[in-house]
Design a protein around this ligand. Structure first.
Ligand SMILES: Cc1cc2nc3c(=O)[nH]c(=O)nc-3n(C[C@H](O)[C@H](O)[C@H](O)COP(=O)(O)OP(=O)(O)OC[C@H]3O[C@@H](n4cnc5c(N)ncnc54)[C@H](O)[C@@H]3O)c2cc1C
Length: 431
């Protein structure tokens, strides 16, 4: 698909008017799942979206608001992939790595869009998403870590990121419960956070209110092509005609690509846990990062400690080593965690591409678009992704900030980089 040519085509979808779609509120229990599985899927829509994670639902919501008929097909329940495993940090500065200038531009644009995205989401859903504006403190424990943090600060300065260097006492003035051995910090004042559970609940409500249809427990088994272009998709519950199909199936996106198309996306396992803070235990007021872990306080009293980064394929085991690393890393900076009750432990699979950046936009198959590979930044990048895909599908072109992230950037390089990844996977990494 050429830039400037709308993805929405004019295939005969068997229906002159857009069908009205049921807005489902599916439950997670087996009986409810069975009941949901009886609900008929629509015969035809303008846009079919595969996967109800934060990316799929954000795009679907924006398209439904634009007046398109949209159906999201989810094989489990909304958020069941990576999206309900996330911490919800919007960490454009703290996550920035050397050499990722295009990604930084997209991340900053999305961070700038978050207040607008949040206002619309909360207004249209009637739900709060716990958008907390305290910023992020990246702290150094010990001299070596101070030197590495200075390198990070220099990088931020070169990129004009407005982060501020703090001495140890200045860090402890902001977070008195941190260990006195904290030697320095970097304050990322614009790196806020949301609560993924609340964002996902708000997205499904806002999307339903805009007339979108969400079909849970409805696995997509293939994308349907006729004459080399997309005409719909097939699910476990029948087919749906659609001139535009958007694959937002996270780490599983590769399974759905038609023959001849590859996307270098793999699962990158993350283990995380939540502890319960109380007035007796105390808590943190900012997100705190160390070299090993991050800790994010939520307004409901949970403190999320995350996350391991493991090349383990789709192995979803919660391991002693993973939990030990998280708890040891947290205690090193924040001793009070020892007294806190563990409320939950979980794993998730980040959809990670081989350059850690998302894959956005059209493919070589007319009507087929991708929005995947959001790696550690699916929440951070949700607004920019949703607005960009809305612009592509409804108006015919990606905005400039999203254009470097097309699937065609891997042309010629895919095979060799995939080989590098496979070698890394064989070697494995623990955290
Ligand atoms: C531990 C952890 C912590 C994280 N912390 C943060 C953070 O603080 N900030 C941040 O921005 N990001 C964070 N992330 C990353 C973020 O969670 C992801 O980038 C984001 O959730 C990806 O969203 P997605 O919608 O692309 O994929 P997913 O949420 O994985 O959604 C894909 C969906 O597709 C469905 N699906 C797959 N195959 C099919 C099929 N054949 N038919 C129908 N449906 C299908 C799946 O069931 C799934 O629900 C974290 C991730 C992890 C694991």
């Amino acid at each position: 698909m050429q830039a400037g040519s709308p993805l929405i085509g004019s295939i005969d979808n068997g229906s002159a008017a857009p069908p009205s779609l049921p807005a489902l509120q599916a439950g997670e229990g087996t009986e409810e799942a069975a009941a949901v599985a009886d609900i008929a899927i629509p015969a035809a829509v303008d846009v079919a979206v595969v996967g109800a994670g934060v990316i799929g639902l954000s795009i679907a919501w924006r398209l439904a608001v634009r007046g398109l008929s949209v159906a999201v097909f989810e094989r489990a329940t909304a958020g069941a992939g990576a999206s309900l495993a996330a911490t919800g940090m919007l960490a454009a500065a703290a996550e920035h790595e050397p050499g990722c200038h295009d990604l930084l531009a997209l991340a900053l644009e999305s961070q700038r869009q978050w207040p607008q995205f949040r206002a619309a989401l909360e207004a249209q859903s009637g739900r709060d998403i716990d958008f907390r504006e305290g910023g992020t403190l990246v702290v150094a424990l010990g001299r070596d870590e101070v030197e590495r943090l200075r390198f990070r600060h220099d990088l931020h300065k070169r990129c004009a990121l407005p982060t501020r260097w703090l001495s140890g006492p200045e860090v402890r003035a902001m977070e008195p419960a941190l260990r006195p051995s904290v030697a320095a910090g970097l304050y990322c004042a614009d790196d806020h956070q949301v609560d993924p559970r609340l964002v996902m609940a708000a997205l499904r409500t806002a999307y339903a209110a805009a007339g979108g249809g969400l079909f849970e427990h409805c696995a997509v088994t293939g994308v349907d092509l006729e004459g080399g272009r997309v005409v719909g998709l097939t699910t476990a519950r029948g087919s749906c005609r659609a001139p535009t199909v958007v694959l937002t199936a996270g780490a599983w996106t590769g399974d759905l690509l038609p023959p001849g198309l590859t996307a270098p996306v793999r699962p990158l396992k993350g283990q995380a846990l939540a502890v319960r803070t109380t007035p007796d235990t105390g808590t943190l007021t900012h997100i705190v990062w160390t070299e090993q872990i991050h800790m994010a306080p939520k307004s409901d009293g949970r403190l999320i400690v995350g996350a391991t980064v493991e090349e383990r394929g789709f192995d979803d085991a919660i391991t002693a080593g993973g939990l030990f690393a998280l708890l040891e890393g947290a205690r090193r900076a924040f001793p009070a965690i020892e007294e806190m009750a563990i409320e939950a432990v979980w794993t998730g699979f980040r959809p990670s591409s081989i350059d850690d950046a998302p894959i956005l936009g059209a493919t070589s198959i007319p009507g087929l678009a991708l929005a995947t590979g959001h790696h550690r930044n699916g929440y951070l990048l949700a607004p920019a992704t949703a607005f960009a895909m809305e612009a592509l599908i409804a108006d015919g072109a990606l905005p400039a900030v999203a254009q470097p992230f097309g699937i065609d950037r891997f042309d010629g390089a895919t095979a060799s980089r995939q080989g590098e990844y496979e070698a890394e996977y064989e070697a494995g990494t623990s955290i």
